[in-house]
Design a binder for this molecule. Structure first.
Ligand SMILES: Cc1ncc(C[n+]2csc(CCOP(=O)(O)OP(=O)(O)O)c2C)c(N)n1
Length: 512
């Protein structure tokens, strides 16, 4: 058995059965091993940012890591922005990065690079296999690191000779340890804050955005009169009928500050303190008032779900209360507006859909009008590094066959990792991509004013995508994804409905 075969056996024995790959010469023995050992689904991605974004979404949906296969330092570098997003989402990812053979490295051949240096900012774990016998145990250690609650990015570097040499030994990753419990004292302090009569805000994020903990948070808020908010960028939040109707911390700085105005106490569950996305001249960095008391009920790595259940029990709140049923809306018609779009989406959304939200400026208000829809999950861009939506659609669809993935996608952000459409077509993934085509970087026009910069011709040109105009139907068609254009909600509705009915990918260019 060579090192590459030991790696494949180790992945399989440890429950890692999906690889998002963009291979090169140093990974040839790994891909060859896949032919000899069954049980691993290997998905070709035409850019490493697609592979890493897909692996992030795969973890968010399944709670188990996928592997990426990346070629040397430059291949890893191409995938870094979406590994940054994965790190922010606390997703478990096992990067397998091929590298020059040990004896070839000193010759400084062209692809020789500082792989550890490139991996460091996004990786909680980095290991370079020493020889073929070391590949299995090192891979098991990487998988254990990736599965550390709530999830981490781990990078395993495999010099080519460690893959082709004989002497491979498969290993098996240990079962993941459960989340750290919070102290009774943390629960009692939160309980005291929620009953002392002061204006209090319960801010929930991370794994506590799943159905059960979010319902507990909602029950606690209903009972105590506290306000409930979800963090600004949700890795995955349970929404729709029967789930807690929750709004998020708004992105625009003034709306963000307004959300916390008058709040005297904040209880944090699986999220950090609320801060502005960027600094702005003469605006505070923290969104909450200076005198506000902040209590961490559960830190990002602690068991927020158990903490919320314990807090609900401590406050003697029954677990039965559920949000009132809302009527499903009718289709919206007429001109395209964010509210109208969201209403039509809620009217048509299939049960158990997965929404990927990289809608940027057009999507800020989608939550209000999409709650009255069948149960669904909503996954957002967590690290602000745009270009994650299309890759995430691939990972989510591979992770959840039978569930419709709906990618709400701003056009500028879509251009970063366009080739994900090709993988959607090749794998026949059930993904509906809706491109919000405004042919500009609209958000940056607002930011220009917010930071107090004076727009001149050049600055405005840097935010304009209309020359030449992007033609999304041609772009999608060129990669095997059927597509159509809509310029009104009346044109959108039948396209959306048809796409939800038919298997495979479909793209709608929606002129906004
Ligand atoms: C990796 C990365 N590069 C650049 C940026 C800066 N940036 C933020 S938003 C944006 C443009 C977004 O445009 P689009 O996706 O079309 O959305 P719109 O603003 O039109 O809603 C850019 C370039 C970023 N956040 N991340």
């Amino acid at each position: 058995m060579n090192g590459a075969e030991a790696l494949v056996h180790t992945l399989r024995k440890s429950g890692v059965d999906t690889v998002f790959a963009n291979p090169g010469t140093s990974e040839m023995h790994f891909v060859a091993a896949l032919d000899r050992i069954a049980g691993l689904r290997c998905v070709l991605c035409l850019d490493e940012a697609v592979a890493t974004g897909a692996a992030d979404a795969y973890y968010r949906v399944t709670g188990k890591p996928a592997a990426t296969l990346l070629h040397c330092g430059p291949g890893l570098a191409n995938g870094l922005s979406n590994l940054h997003n994965a790190r922010r989402a606390q997703s478990g990812v096992v990067n397998i990065v091929g590298d020059q053979a040990n004896h070839h490295r000193p010759l400084d051949a062209p692809l020789t690079a500082d792989v550890e240096g490139l991996a460091a900012p996004v990786s909680a774990f980095i290991r370079r296999a020493i020889n073929a016998a070391d590949v299995g145990p090192s891979a098991a250690a990487a998988i254990e690191a990736a599965r550390t609650w709530p999830g981490r990015v781990a990078t395993l570097i495999l010099p080519a000779d460690t893959a082709w040499d004989e002497g491979g030994v498969p290993a098996q990753a240990a079962a993941p340890a459960p989340a750290k419990p919070v102290s009774t004292r943390a629960v009692e302090t939160a309980g005291a804050m929620l009953t002392n009569g002061l204006p209090t805000l319960l801010l929930v994020g991370g794994r506590s955005l799943e159905e059960a903990p979010l319902l507990d948070a909602w029950r606690i808020a209903q009972h105590s009169g506290a306000r409930l908010l979800a963090e600004r960028s949700t890795p995955r939040i349970a929404r729709g009928f029967g789930r807690a109707p929750v709004e998020r911390v708004p992105y625009p700085i003034d709306e963000g500050l307004a959300a916390f105005a008058g709040v005297k106490q904040i209880v944090l569950v699986n999220t950090g303190e609320p801060v502005a996305f960027f600094a702005y001249p003469d605006k505070p960095g923290r969104l909450y008032p200076t005198a506000c008391q902040v209590h961490v009920l559960a830190g990002p790595e602690e068991d927020g779900a158990a903490a919320l259940a314990a807090l609900r029990a401590y406050l003697d709140i029954p677990a039965a209360a559920a949000p009132a049923a809302m009527p499903r809306p009718a289709l919206a018609t007429g001109a395209v507006t964010p509210e109208g779009f969201a209403q039509s989406l809620a009217a048509l959304l299939p049960e158990n859909a997965i929404i990927i939200d990289e809608a940027i400026s057009f999507g800020r208000g989608f939550f209000a009008n999409t709650h009255a829809a069948p149960p669904h999950d909503w996954m957002m861009l967590t690290g602000g590094a745009i270009g994650d939506g299309l890759p995430m659609s691939v990972g989510a669809a591979i992770a959840a066959p039978g569930r419709r993935v709906v990618d709400l996608q701003a056009d500028g952000s879509a251009m970063y990792a366009l080739s994900a459409l090709w993988t959607q077509a090749r794998e026949r993934l059930d993904v509906t991509t809706i491109i919000f085509s405004n042919r500009k970087y609209a958000i940056l026009l607002g930011e220009l004013a917010n930071v107090g910069a004076n727009p001149g011709r050049t600055a405005l040109d840097m935010m304009d995508l209309s020359n030449p105009p992007l033609d999304w139907c041609q772009l999608a068609g060129g990669m095997g994804v059927p597509a159509a254009r809509a310029a009104s909600l009346d044109e959108l509705n039948p396209l959306l409905a048809a796409s939800f009915e038919r298997p495979g990918p479909f793209l709608i260019e929606l002129t906004i």
